[in-house]
Design a protein around this ligand. Structure first.
Ligand SMILES: CC(=O)SCCNC(=O)CCNC(=O)[C@H](O)C(C)(C)COP(=O)(O)OP(=O)(O)OC[C@H]1O[C@@H](n2cnc3c(N)ncnc32)[C@H](O)[C@@H]1OP(=O)(O)O
Ligand SMILES: O=C([O-])CC(=O)C(=O)O
Length: 391
């Protein structure tokens, strides 16, 4: 005990685990100094251009890109798992009627999916079962989200269509209309871009949970919880709300952002723990945002984003700790222009990131070790206990 109380000998404390390397991974690598991201060695730009989301899921879960046969079998297995039971639908309806936030509804519904999983009793050390469960969760998230959204709009949910890919089927279940190729492709790329990103907070959360051998439903449910926060996935919704605030202010965007910074506000969609420069995913989404603006003839949202970026990145400069745009900055205006409700942006992030969560859980559990760091104690050395009535 005496040693523990020697506060003078303070160990090096890594607040926020900044820069701490806790494990090895083959899934993704980020070079934050030049803005590069690769999944299993493939540049994110190449995956965005040439792959689809199902291929990327396969890559993250199996370690290689699928050939034609592997792809077909995988896409078919994913599509066959999209349906959800009546109990989950009824809960989605109840949550919608009680005006639950979509991200909170998703957390509840993902947790509930385990009750109807045919392998819910599988040994948590059975990695094949964990992969199949992860695949089921991933296949069903779009269905639960679309059902929730339709219920809150007073509409009945639609059955998933197995003739559409993961991205197009979600857009169909949401609106009731088959999306055109442009919308389906942009949405598919958005899913690819958000699928994995090293040991971000939500992925690390899933690893902590599964390191106790709690099953993958616990891990993914916790991942949804961690992603919800404004400093992580929740920022994409904040970005769009901020752009709307800017629009309603009637101010010039540069004046607006200058005032916001002078008031000490954090601008959502800027700053990153790993990137010192612009996030490569933001570059791709920015192009989509511009394309959609040109196509619709409504440049407002794209123009606001570029003005804010110009001020923060170019005029204000990167400073000691860069505040360049992260992935959330441009996804907001892309989803907005695709007509997706603003409070679904973060659940959509989860719809994609579940691929990384499952991949990292499987990778970590292949050589599991309980995650259990320590804290430097700074409380009182000793206190005599006083009964409550005498305090
Ligand atoms: C998918 C993702 O999760 S991407 C991140 C999404 N989150 C956001 O976009 C929310 C806005 N951004 C932020 O809050 C932060 O940049 C984080 C949480 C993402 C990263 O935080 P950290 O790595 O801990 O950086 P930290 O908070 O120490 O910031 C360093 C400095 O930059 C400033 N800064 C960081 N982000 C911003 C921002 N968005 N707007 C204004 N200033 C910022 C901080 O105030 C701090 O300044 P100081 O040193 O004068 O106090
Ligand atoms: O890596 C991070 O800390 C946040 C992020 O960009 C992501 O999770 O995609």
């Amino acid at each position: 005990m005496a040693d523990l109380l020697k506060k003078a000998t303070k160990p090096e404390v890594h607040r926020g685990l900044e820069g701490v390397v806790v494990d090895e991974t083959e899934l993704s690598v980020i070079d934050g100094s030049v803005g590069e991201l690769r999944y299993h060695g493939y540049r994110i730009e190449d995956l965005a251009r040439h792959a689809d989301f199902e291929e990327v899921l396969y890559l993250l879960w199996h370690g290689h890109l699928p050939d034609d046969d592997e792809y077909e079998a995988f896409a078919e297995a994913m599509a066959s798992e999209r349906t959800i039971g009546d109990d989950v639908l009824q809960t989605a309806e109840l949550l919608a009627k009680s005006d639950e936030e979509p991200m909170a509804a998703l957390r509840t519904l993902v947790s509930m999916l385990s009750s109807s999983d045919p392998e819910s009793d599988a040994d948590p050390e059975d990695m094949d079962a964990a992969l199949r469960k992860g695949r089921r969760i991933t296949a069903k998230i779009p269905t639960v989200l679309a059902a929730f959204d339709r219920y809150r709009n007073g509409e009945e949910p639609l059955d998933p269509r197995d003739d559409l890919g993961h991205a197009a089927n979600f857009l169909y279940m949401l609106s009731g209309e088959e999306p055109d190729d442009v919308a389906a492709d942009i949405f598919d790329v958005a899913l690819i871009l958000h699928a994995d990103h090293g040991l971000n907070a939500s992925t690390f959360t899933t690893m902590v949970v599964s390191s106790t051998y709690a099953d993958i439903y616990n891990a993914v449910t916790a991942g949804v919880g961690a992603l919800a926060g404004h400093w992580h996935g929740g920022a994409n919704q904040d970005v769009m709300e901020t752009l709307i605030e800017l629009d309603e202010s009637g101010q010039d965007p540069i004046d607006w952002v200058e005032d916001a910074i002078n008031e000490g506000r954090r601008i959502p969609g800027f700053g990153h723990r790993v990137y010192d420069v612009k996030d490569p995913r933001a570059k791709i989404l920015e192009e989509f945002s511009e394309d959609l603006a040109v196509e619709s003839g409504e440049p407002r949202w794209y123009d606001y984003t570029t003005s804010v970026e110009e001020y923060l990145l170019d005029e204000r400069g990167l400073g000691e700790k860069g505040i360049a745009p992260n992935v959330d900055f441009y996804s907001g205006s892309v989803y907005y222009q695709l007509g997706i409700p603003i409070d679904l942006y973060t659940p959509i992030f989860a719809m994609s990131r579940v691929g990384g969560w499952v991949g990292h859980v499987l990778e970590y559990q292949a050589d599991n070790r309980l995650i259990r760091p320590r804290a430097h104690y700074t409380g009182p050395d000793h206190q005599d206990f006083v009964p409550r009535s005498d305090r």
